[in-house]
Ligand binder design. Sequence first.
Ligand SMILES: [Zn+2]
Length: 100
Amino acid sequence: MQEPPPYHAPGRREVAPQVTVDTSDHGPVTIPEPSWCLGNHRDGVARIDITHVGPNHVLTLATREGPAVHLITALESRPFITDSFLRGPFVAVEVGGAWH
Ligand SMILES: [Zn+2]
């Protein structure tokens, strides 16, 4: 069964969320903001360092002393980085205090 098209009130347009970051090398850069991003963008970074980051997901293991944090993951994308994999989104994993 096909879903009905989304309703749009007459005279209103659906506008995709965007964020503007004032970069140190390209001035204000406006890009689409993914729905999963926490929106914590700092001004003054280089455009290549703009990063969308989602909330942390903590994975725990059951131990005799109770749940122990095993690792932490977060959805991330870096829209201007040269490595196409990192333009993502991809899952960043924190192990032993370092993000991979
Ligand atoms: Zn973002």
